[in-house]
Design a protein around this ligand. Structure first.
Ligand SMILES: [Zn+2]
Ligand SMILES: [Zn+2]
Ligand SMILES: [Zn+2]
Length: 285
């Protein structure tokens, strides 16, 4: 069953960031509600999560339990997106009598080898849990389609270095009834090869990172501001990957842009397709 809910929409530090006293973080602490952003992840269906990161336990308190979840599509190995403790959570639950499948793309899979070998990660239990069938790890290849719990999933190369030096995985997901969703985080401006690989594909729902938000002058090799995302949207629209009927949701927002700055910047940039800044708990289907 499709769910389509943002569980978290912040960049790595969260909003408010725990050690920060900037105006935006102070404001978020005071106002609460939609001003709070937890670390990015997205519940696609009953069974599939896109990342399960640093705030997964707190998010599950708010948005529902994970007992039906069996598949975690990992974008990259940064801890805000991939939290090994969640394996422990699944192992602890006597009611969770399933295998929790983790999908990592290309070199990102190296972290699994590290977990298997290290006595200091999850008490060295990972090989035993694999043997017992509590968890299974799968290596995906860029551009190669997999069918996961009724959803077609193809990873594309993102411009973002993870903890093991890997590029991130941006997922093109084929939903039931032919709709497609692209989960594009984390990434800097896309590699030309990724733009080319997306030619001939159609994205109906585009979820993009916009880490640097309204900080247009700030360029980062591994993240994007709203101008970068707009440029990318134009490019994808020009080559037919996006269409005038596509929708764009912005997520993975850092604490340097106030909500009203984001809205003003969005308005000023005139995005070519309907675009909204997502919030924690937002449902899109
Ligand atoms: Zn991130
Ligand atoms: Zn701050
Ligand atoms: Zn990252």
């Amino acid at each position: 069953m499709l769910i389509g809910q943002f569980w978290g929409t912040s960049a790595a530090e969260g909003i408010p960031a725990p050690f920060c006293r900037c105006q935006n973080c102070l404001n978020a602490r005071k106002k609460g509600g939609a001003f709070i952003r937890t670390r990015s992840c997205f519940r696609l269906t009953e069974e599939i999560m896109l990342d399960l990161g640093a705030d997964a336990v707190a998010q599950s308190v708010k948005y529902g339990e994970l007992s039906a979840v069996q598949h975690i599509l990992v974008t990259h190995t940064h801890e805000d997106h991939l939290n090994p403790h969640m394996l422990m959570e699944a192992m602890w639950s006597r009611e969770y009598r399933k295998t929790l499948h983790y999908y990592l793309t290309d070199k990102a899979f190296d972290i699994v080898e590290h977990w298997r070998r290290s006595p200091w990660i999850l008490k060295g239990m990972v090989p035993r849990w694999e043997e017992a069938g509590i968890v299974a790890f799968h290596r995906l290849e860029y551009g190669r389609r997999m069918e996961i719990a009724g959803i077609g999933a193809t990873p594309f190369r993102g411009n973002h270095r993870g903890n093991v030096g890997e590029d991130s995985a941006l997922y093109l997901l084929e939903l039931p009834k032919g709709q497609t969703l692209f989960y594009g985080l984390d990434s800097g401006p896309y590699y030309p090869e990724t733009i080319a690989a997306l030619k001939g594909r159609t994205i109906d729902i585009f979820i993009s990172e916009a880490t640097l938000g309204a900080r247009i002058g700030q360029n980062h090799p591994n993240h994007m501001n709203l101008q970068n995302v707009r440029d990318l949207t134009e490019t994808l629209l020009a080559q037919g990957t996006l269409t005038p009927g596509s929708r764009l949701y912005l997520t993975h927002i850092n604490h340097h842009s106030a909500p009203e700055e984001l809205e003003a910047c969005l308005e000023q940039l005139h995005f070519p397709i309907p675009t909204v800044v997502a919030w924690d708990g937002m449902k899109i289907f």
